[in-house]
Design a protein around this ligand. Structure first.
Ligand SMILES: Nc1nc2c([nH]c(=O)n2[C@@H]2O[C@H](COP(=O)(O)OP(=O)(O)OP(=O)(O)O)[C@@H](O)[C@H]2O)c(=O)[nH]1
Length: 128
């Protein structure tokens, strides 16, 4: 089982989503940026590192809002989501194809990775 952390980065009442590139697995799916936990790292450290590596911005994870296992048949992940504050930096797409700042209501217009569905349910509870 792969442990994956993802960041729900909030800025001006909008949420950041990123589109996976053609070269990544789950190509062109939208997601909350993040990645796999590495040995010796805690979840928040992994998130800060991944977001710097992927988008070149600084964030601060605040609240852990969900942890759900998803079975993609060929691999299985535990997707752990944190609410995060944007701190600084201009987004540079170092791995993804695109990004958007959108409202919660706009999420339904994007083709998100299947594992993200429970994250969205939890997010709705937290944004209320
Ligand atoms: N970051 C992220 N990954 C997700 C989400 N939903 C989801 O199913 N995943 C899956 O979780 C896995 C995360 O791996 P990744 O490829 O982003 O991680 P990484 O940067 O550490 O990968 P690499 O260094 O092996 O290339 C992928 O299989 C990805 O498809 C999500 O919302 N955010």
């Amino acid at each position: 089982m792969i442990q994956v952390v993802c960041a729900i980065i909030q800025k001006d009442n909008k949420i950041l989503i990123a589109q996976r590139s053609e070269k990544m697995n789950l190509p062109l799916k939208w997601e909350f940026p993040g990645g796999k936990l590495e040995a010796g790292e805690n979840e928040k450290e992994a998130l800060i590192r991944e977001i710097k590596e992927e988008l070149n911005i600084e964030i601060s994870p605040s609240q852990r809002i969900s942890s759900h296992i998803h079975d993609y048949v060929t691999f299985k992940i535990n997707l752990i989501a944190y609410l995060c504050e944007y701190i600084s930096g201009e987004i540079q797409l170092l791995e993804h194809k695109d990004f958007r700042y959108i409202t919660f209501e706009e999420l339904k217009n994007y083709n998100l990775a299947d594992a993200d569905i429970p994250v969205i349910t939890e997010l709705q509870r937290h944004l209320k």
